[in-house]
Design a protein around this ligand. Sequence first.
Ligand code: HEC
Ligand code: HEC
Length: 464
Amino acid sequence: MNNKAPHTFALIGLAFILISGTIDLDNLFNYANQTKPIYIVKDNTPQNNVINDKTATLGRVLFYDKKLSANNTIACASCHQQENAFGDDATQSIGLDGGLTGRHSMRLINARFSDEEKFFWDERAVSLENQTTQPIQDHTEMGFSGTNGQEDINDLIVKLSEIDYYSELFNFAFGDKTITEERIQLALSQFIRSIQSFDSKYDIGRAMVTNPNTNFPNFTAQENQGKRLFRDPPNLGGAGCLGCHRGDEFDIDPNSRNNGIIGVAGSTSIDLTNFKAPTLRDLVNPDGNLNGPLMHDGSLTTLMEVINHYNEIPNNAANTDLDNRLRPGGNTQRLNLTNTEKLALEAFLKTLTGVDVYTNEKWSNPFDANENISLIGNSLATDDHKFGQTVTLFPNPVKEHLNIKVNTGDYLVTIFDLNGKKVFEQNISESDAMNLYRLRKGIYFLKLQNLDSKKIITKKFIKQ
Ligand code: HEC
Ligand code: HEC
């Protein structure tokens, strides 16, 4: 029996605890060069904001940071939760001081892959970039509105400028540490555009055929029937969904008007202005449960309710903006689907769900349980600005003598192993060497603290 195994597992477990709350700038996740299927062709990325790993990494930190709200309680991720496909299972999301949003939170999966360039249910944001700082400036959502005594976005920029990890991350992403609203927008948009889900049953089947109209070999007969109903127009016996939720992206037709859902969450008034839906991918999670109620008012709580809605669009004289496709011959749509057909359509909608996006660490919360984050990485030249000079560690990996080069100042060096245990300490000034022959092989973190300013930078090295 190999008695080494349990020990190794314990180490991996502990390393993980330390690593959560840590971003390793030498080993970024791949956001920029993710693979997407060849049949995915739509893309709303503007030329000036193509995804790169550094900026998307900054976007991830911003997305999960509660400091983006006026009272440090709400992050984007509070209402856009990874386990709910970056939507919210509450009908109305809770914002600052318990205030509720007027509409249901939207899933942010595959937001990049649409012809529609506008964002929000009512398309009031002209682009994703423009959208991303609106929640920050919303008085109920995150509270930097500049109205009714609230601070404004410039106050947020001052607040973020005083946080060390943002000085580092903005410098890392943009080449200097200046924070602007535009840079916040670019970074958040890159992170959101990186969130993609293409490992569904639908994708596996789609990759096996050249024409999406043909039956997918991996589908059940029921799922293939549902796919036909989804695609075919009502005059050919289908349900006509593809007319508005198009292509393999299942994005909304930018010309769509409203679909007959005109309610307002938590109110009896009506709202005719909602013409956008997020992609129909990942309506349910991998267990088959809805990732939150559906439609802008969250009024439909099962897929069957959605199908019944389209089967019989309500005839409401107040709705002057119902899409003409749902009013054939001047009468609100009656699809007359049989129960078997409804179940087939439901089974098809469930094939659009992926797996990876719910758990992949690259889209997960980078903060630890105490809302702290630390940046590590040996090539962390960007970290060095705190000391106003470049700090070099060499050789790395090291066998015995680790040299450290700083131009001026007195420092305390502390070295930690992956368990967070202090294994070495030494005072150094300017260039010095440390004898590390006692350390076991492995990965270590070196913390360098300037004894005057008390500022700290962290670097990582490997002992051979
Ligand atoms: C308090 C909850 C809440 C917070 C916090 C929040 N959102 Fe939202 N988000 C919503 C709601 C609700 C909607 C739909 C609002 C509407 O259409 O009027 C939405 C819509 C969006 C959309 C539009 C998606 C689409 O397909 O059109 C994007 C993008 C988005 N949010 C990103 C963000 C970002 C980035 C942040 C952080 C800066 C954020 N949200 C913070 C609740 C929230
Ligand atoms: C005329 C265009 C049109 C047609 C046809 C259409 N939809 Fe929609 N769909 C929309 C619009 C617009 C919305 C956003 C509605 C809202 O919340 O105000 C939407 C929303 C949805 C949603 C909710 C998405 C979410 O994230 O909450 C689902 C599910 C849906 N449609 C499924 C279908 C199905 C299934 C069919 C076919 C039976 C269909 N749609 C046909 C325009 C259309």
